[in-house]
Design a protein around this ligand. Sequence first.
Ligand code: IPM
Ligand code: MG
Length: 363
Amino acid sequence: MSQEFNITVLPGDGIGPEVIREAVKILKIVESKKNLKLNLTEAPVGGAGYEASGHPLPEDTLKSAKSADAVLLGAVGGPKWETIDFSLRPERALLGLRSNLGLFANLRPAKIFAPLAAASTLKPDVVEGLDIMVVRELTGGIYFGEPRGVETLADGSRKGINTLVYTESEIERIARVAFDVAGKRDKKVCSVDKANVLECTGLWREVVTQVHKDYKDISLSHMYVDNCAMQLVRNPKQFDVIVTTNMFGDILSDQASMLTGSIGMLPSASLGGDKAAMYEPIHGSAPDIAGKDIANPLATILSVGMMFKYSLNLEAINTVLERVVDDVLADGYRTGDILSKGGKEVGCTAMGDRVAEELEKQL
Ligand code: IPM
Ligand code: MG
């Protein structure tokens, strides 16, 4: 009997639909080669959701995501929606999906594909062999803390407020994810905070240290976020797993992505909920290059790989997919963002086709 899975596909805005189209090609190949039944339900989200229904996260979209086995998302946002009320901005859809699905653990692997060592802005010997996992807390911290907003004071001037909040249980559960992930890797966790200034992350450091007592085989270090930003470009290979807050993780994962050549290479998995997990490239909607067929679809394709590994229990497919991407890069195919001397420049569709053809052979 073939295995059957329900996948909600949310292309979103900007380059989202283009990269998702290539990722869906990959899903179809896996479906037919591995005799699976993948029921794909496409729904609008972000700016597209707003246009379709007046809200960035339409009710039916959320319902579909909640009942799926996995959610695949492209990207949200664009200049068209930058002036509408904050509560209706495309980005709210992403935050709404994460919190409604309970996806508190965001895994962002910054792993360099060997053929891309020359594409990084850092020297090849600094990044060769790099393999970092950023574990970002995703449903708490300053992104969700109350009070928040912009208030008008008595003198008519305004005050903007956001609040950094973490409870012990929120810190404990993300720390456990990080230690568990490290257990299957190089057994090293670096917890990143700003404990010298922010009480909330002082508590973070305390709780992580406490939880670590249950993980005797894992080594734990702590680092301030400013130092971590510096160490990531000085000597990134010192890191195995980095665990950090929502906002620090947002920033450090963008930085880590560039070590691998391009933000267009980094997939992510958002886990921790009761049912569906969500998979998305970490890059945004890149409105400046949308519709030009030049976006890099590899981050989204690799997100599909993570979906097979973490949600559908088919880790072997992820292994093959990563190898296929490596092979396509070794053959010299490059989208513009990872182009270096001697590379064969291809667009989004052609890159997807190259991966699809190779996967067809190797699966
Ligand atoms: C990310 C993005 C989002 C975030 C934005 C689009 C809301 O930057 O997934 O990293 O800040 O989490
Ligand atoms: Mg980000």
